[in-house]
Design a binder for this molecule. Structure first.
Ligand SMILES: Nc1ncnc2c1ncn2[C@@H]1O[C@H](COP(=O)(O)OP(=O)(O)OP(=O)(O)O)[C@@H](O)[C@H]1O
Ligand SMILES: [Mg+2]
Length: 437
C-alpha cells in the first residue's frame, strides 16, 4: 500500500529523488523549528508585555474610580495614562471583539487581557490600525482605552520567517547545483552504455564520485574486451575462409582438367564448399558493415524489395507506417533484410514486407506463405549453422544455416532482435527485425 503510493509519486530520476531526500528532512526541521520558536518565544514575550499593560490599565482605572465626578475621573486617569502612552476616554463607541485570523500574537493579547482584568467588555484589534481598543466598565460609565499594539505584542515575527525562508531557498539552490554535477557523470555513463548497446562506441571518460568512476572503468574494460573479441572472431573466420579458398580453387581446377568422367559430383561439392566459405566470410564481416547514421528505413526497404524482384522473386510492399529516422548501419540493415527476404523466397513462394512503429520500437516484418517454423524450433533456427529438418522443405535447396544468425547479429548490434512468428495473412513465417527508436 505504502510501497505502491511511493512508487507512484516518487520522482523517477535520481536527481528528483535526491532532491526529495534533501528537501523533506530539511523542510520538516525548518517547519518544526519555526513553529516551536514562534510559539514559545513570541507567545511568551507577548504575554509578558500584555500583562504589564494590563497592570497599568488597572492602575489607571482605580485612579478614575477614586474621583468624585466623571470629568474629574477623566482628568486624574489621563494624568497617568498619557506618560504611559495610553489614551482613555468616555465613549459611547460600540465596539466588539475583533481580530484578524492572520494576527497570530493577537490571540495571546486578548486572552491575557481577559485573564488579568476581570471587567473587560470587548477588545477590538482591527478598527484602528496599530492600536488595540479596549472597552471597560468604570464607576462613571463605559471607558475606551487605546493601547498602541507595539506595547502589547512582540513585533515582526515574520521577519524571522522571511529570513529562514530566503536562506533555505538559497542553500537549496546551491545544493541542487551541486547535485546536478553529481548526477551528470551517471547520465554520461548511461548514454555511453546505451550507445554501445546499439553498436556505437562513443568517447567516454570516467568522472564524478568514486563509485561512478568505478562503474565507468568497469564499463570501459568490458567494452574493450567485447570489441577485442569481435575483432578476433572476425579475423579468425575471415582468415580461415580466405586461406581455404586458394586450395579449393586449385582443387576445382584440377578436377575440371582431370580425365576421369564422374567428377561432376565432386565439382558440385567443391562449389558448395566455396559457397559456404563465402557465407562464413559474410558472417564474419557482418559486424563491420557500415557506420551508424540517422536513416529513414523506408527507402532501404523499397530498394531491398526491388533487388529481390529483379532476382525473380514475388515480393510485395505491405503497410509501411511513417517513422522518424532511426540509428542504422544501412548496409548491415540491408543484409539482414535481404537474408529474411531470401529465406521467404526459398521456403515460400511469395513474400510481403511491412513496417510497424510502436512506442519504443520499429518492426520491419517479412511474411511468407511457406511452411513456417514450429514454435519449438525457432530458437534453434536463429543459431549459426543450423538447418532445420530438410524434409519440411524439400525442393528448397540447402543453405549453410547462417542467414538468420547473421540477421540476428545485425539486429543485436542495433540494440534490437529478430522475432519469429506465424504470419496471419500468408500462413507462413513472419520474421521481424525489431529495432529501438
Ligand atoms: N521463411 C522460412 N520459412 C520456413 N522455414 C524457414 C524460413 N526461414 C528459415 N527457415 C528455417 O530456418 C533454418 C535456418 O535459416 P537460415 O536462414 O539461418 O539458414 P538457411 O536459409 O538454411 O541458410 P542460408 O540462409 O545461410 O543460406 C532454415 O534451414 C529453415 O529450415
Ligand atoms: Mg537463409
Amino acid at each position: 500500500m505504502i510501497g505502491k503510493f511511493l512508487k507512484r509519486f516518487m520522482p523517477r530520476s535520481l536527481f528528483g529523488r535526491a532532491t526529495l531526500i534533501l528537501l523533506v528532512p530539511v523542510g520538516t526541521i525548518l517547519l518544526v523549528m519555526s513553529i516551536v520558536f514562534i510559539q514559545r518565544l513570541y507567545e511568551n514575550v507577548t504575554r509578558q508585555m500584555t500583562e504589564g499593560v494590563a497592570n497599568e490599565i488597572t492602575l489607571i482605572l482605580s485612579r478614575a474610580n477614586e474621583a468624585e465626578s466623571a470629568d474629574a475621573a477623566l482628568l486624574a486617569a489621563g494624568a497617568i495614562a498619557e506618560p504611559l502612552g495610553l489614551q482613555i476616554s468616555y465613549s459611547d463607541l460600540d465596539i466588539s471583539d475583533r481580530r484578524q485570523w492572520i494576527d497570530l500574537s493577537g490571540r495571546t493579547v486578548v486572552t491575557t487581557l481577559r485573564e488579568t482584568m476581570g471587567d473587560v467588555d470587548a477588545i477590538d484589534l482591527v478598527s484602528r490600525e496599530g492600536f488595540a481598543l479596549i472597552s471597560m466598565m468604570s464607576k462613571h460609565g463605559a471607558v475606551l482605552l487605546e493601547v498602541p499594539r507595539a506595547r502589547v505584542s512582540a513585533r515582526n515575527p515574520h521577519q524571522f520567517l522571511v529570513l529562514i525562508g530566503v536562506t533555505s531557498v538559497l542553500m537549496l539552490l546551491i545544493a541542487l547545483l551541486y547535485l546536478r554535477g553529481q548526477v551528470r557523470p551517471i547520465r554520461r555513463l548511461a548514454a555511453a552504455a546505451s550507445a554501445f548497446g546499439k553498436g556505437r562506441s562513443v568517447p567516454y571518460r570516467p568522472a564524478g564520485a568514486a563509485e561512478v568512476r568505478e562503474a565507468g572503468n568497469a564499463f570501459i574494460q568490458m567494452r574493450d574486451r567485447l570489441e577485442r573479441q569481435i575483432e578476433q572472431r572476425t579475423l579468425l573466420l575471415s582468415g580461415v575462409s580466405h586461406d581455404l579458398r586458394t586450395p579449393l580453387t586449385r582443387l576445382r581446377l584440377a578436377l575440371s582438367m582431370s580425365e576421369s568422367g564422374d567428377s561432376t559430383d565432386m565439382v558440385r561439392d567443391v562449389e558448395e564448399m566455396q559457397e559456404m566459405l563465402d557465407a562464413f566470410l559474410d558472417f564474419a564481416r557482418s559486424e563491420s558493415l557500415g557506420e551508424p547514421e540517422w536513416t529513414d528505413p523506408t527507402p532501404l526497404i523499397e530498394s531491398a524489395i526491388e533487388k529481390a524482384i529483379r532476382a525473380g522473386g514475388r515480393v510485395e510492399l505491405g503497410v509501411i507506417e511513417k517513422t522518424d529516422p532511426i540509428t542504422l548501419r544501412p548496409p548491415a540493415f540491408d543484409r539482414a533484410l535481404g537474408n529474411l527476404i531470401g529465406n521467404a523466397m526459398r521456403y515460400g513462394s511469395m513474400a510481403r514486407v511491412s513496417l510497424t512503429v510502436l512506442d519504443e520500437t520499429v518492426s520491419v516484418m517479412v511474411e511468407d506463405d511457406g511452411p513456417g517454423i514450429p514454435l519449438d524450433q525457432r530458437e534453434a533456427a536463429l543459431r549459426p549453422f543450423t538447418r532445420l529438418d530438410q524434409s519440411r522443405n524439400q525442393d528448397a535447396g540447402s543453405g549453410v544455416g547462417l542467414g538468420l544468425a547473421i540477421a540476428g547479429d545485425i539486429a543485436r548490434q542495433h540494440g534490437g532482435s529478430i522475432e519469429l512468428d506465424v504470419s496471419k495473412d500468408l500462413g507462413g513465417l513472419k520474421a521481424s527485425i525489431v529495432l529501438p527508436r
